[in-house]
Design a protein around this ligand. Structure first.
Ligand code: NAP
Length: 249
């Protein structure tokens, strides 16, 4: 039986590497990308490595694009095993909260939060048709209020900023609430913390690779039946061994 995964923002960075790793495990991976040229390039690159990947046009801020992608998956596959809500933007991370424009906050919430909700709702009927679907919301440790307000945490040194961190805090709550709604089903919903990875999002300043970040999404996308739901899980920056594990909300 084909196991199918949809990843938003899969044309580069952590999403692209998540696609590579899930396809390497034998999944058919639908590469969500808003730009047809970038999406087709990503498909070509992964297919050249013998991986079953297919570009699907998907702008998470465009309801028509989301509906068309969901219809295409319904027609082609009838169900969906994995959804990775990975698409995200950072905006002017580092802009002081008092200097942040509402326009920037709205723009970031539109992609990072509303986009994830819209895509999830559009494909949820397909996820519920799969035997044991997994939803992964790609969040961040900077969305952890506990971590960000702890003076002993490594992220304390990051500049105060509101739009991106608050969007990930909201995505964390979105994760917890979907997990609650779906608690009586086989669907597991978790938030991923990839850690600080070198991608276009941060001008390649991260100290982890996109492939390492993708390992977190892959772990949550392939959880066994007894695995957790409703958690923020991933890279634990500041642990003695910088290990993987659950993080505080
Ligand atoms: N890098 C890190 O250190 C880090 C840490 C924690 C969490 N994250 C999260 O990891 C996720 C992936 O980020 P990344 O670091 O891999 O960044 P990236 O390389 O900039 O990739 C972001 C992806 O999201 C896509 N995207 C943006 N807006 C979109 C929209 N409206 N519709 C569809 N796709 C859209 C981009 O497409 P285009 O190419 O068309 O722009 C791109 O494919 C994000 O949610 C980010 O917040 C990253």
């Amino acid at each position: 039986m084909t196991t199918t995964a949809l990843i938003t923002g899969a044309n580069k960075g952590i999403g692209f590497e998540t696609a590579r790793q899930l396809a390497t495990r034998g999944m058919t991976v639908l590469l969500g990308a808003r730009d047809p040229v970038r999406g087709a390039d990503a498909e070509r690159a992964l297919r050249a490595d013998g991986l079953d990947t297919r570009f699907v046009q998907l702008d998470v801020t465009d309801e028509k694009s989301i509906a068309a992608a969901a219809a295409l998956i319904a027609d082609g596959f009838g169900s969906l095993d994995v959804l990775v809500n990975n698409a995200g933007i950072a905006g002017a991370f580092g802009g002081q909260p008092s200097q942040t424009s509402l326009e920037e906050v709205r723009t970031i919430l539109e992609t990072n939060v509303l986009g994830a909700i819209a895509v999830t709702n559009a494909v949820l009927p397909l996820l519920l048709r799969a035997p044991a679907a997994r939803i992964v919301n790609v969040s961040s440790e900077v969305g952890s209020v506990t971590f960000m307000s702890d003076r002993s945490s490594p992220v304390w040194g990051m500049p105060a900023s509101v739009s991106y961190p608050a969007s990930k805090s909201m995505l964390n709550m979105v994760t917890a609430m979907y997990a609650k709604e779906l608690a009586g089903t086989a669907v597991k919903v978790n938030a991923a913390n990839p850690g600080y990875c070198a991608t276009d999002l941060n001008g390649h300043n991260g100290f982890r690779s996109a492939a390492q970040g993708a390992e977190v999404s892959v772990h949550l996308a392939t959880l066994p039946d007894g695995g957790p739901t409703g958690t923020l899980w991933g890279y634990r920056w500041g642990d003695a061994d910088d290990s993987y594990g659950e993080l505080p909300w």
